[in-house]
Design a protein around this ligand. Sequence first.
Ligand code: DQA
Length: 157
Amino acid sequence: MKIVVIQGPNLNMLGVREQQIYGPMKLEQIHAQMQEYATQNGIEIEFFQTNLEGEIVDKLQECYGDADGIIINAAAYTHTSIAIRDAIAAVAIPTIEVHISNIHRREEFRKENMIAPVCTSSVVGFGPFGYHLAMTGMLQIMTEIQAAQEAQAADQA
Ligand code: DQA
């Protein structure tokens, strides 16, 4: 099983940017923890960060036929990007969106979420721990998909 983690704009600044909102942890530290959990559970994991909207679309398209699950924090593009929303819908891979902060408790413009309706689920407001919750959630989703596939195969046999 392979999970691709996509991190949007300014998340490369974690540990520096607005620490009162996002905390002191750096992106590399978050990824190291995710890598450890993935290794423990026999999951292949790939990390990608970009500040560019089109590169997120390209990466999502590359996931087609390659990834079993996507964890994405589209950051500010969450609130604006129809292109990212369409790419998530197009590849039709189980996708969990993560937000470190609770976007529902912040400015009005952050309540608009273009991508949540095409994601399997959202993890919001847990700080960096949200990425770990997304990993455990993805494992649960994968287990359920596998069980459903096995049940279908047994029905057809
Ligand atoms: C964020 C929330 C967004 O509104 C913001 O633009 C970010 C980070 C979060 O993880 O809380 O860059 O996605």
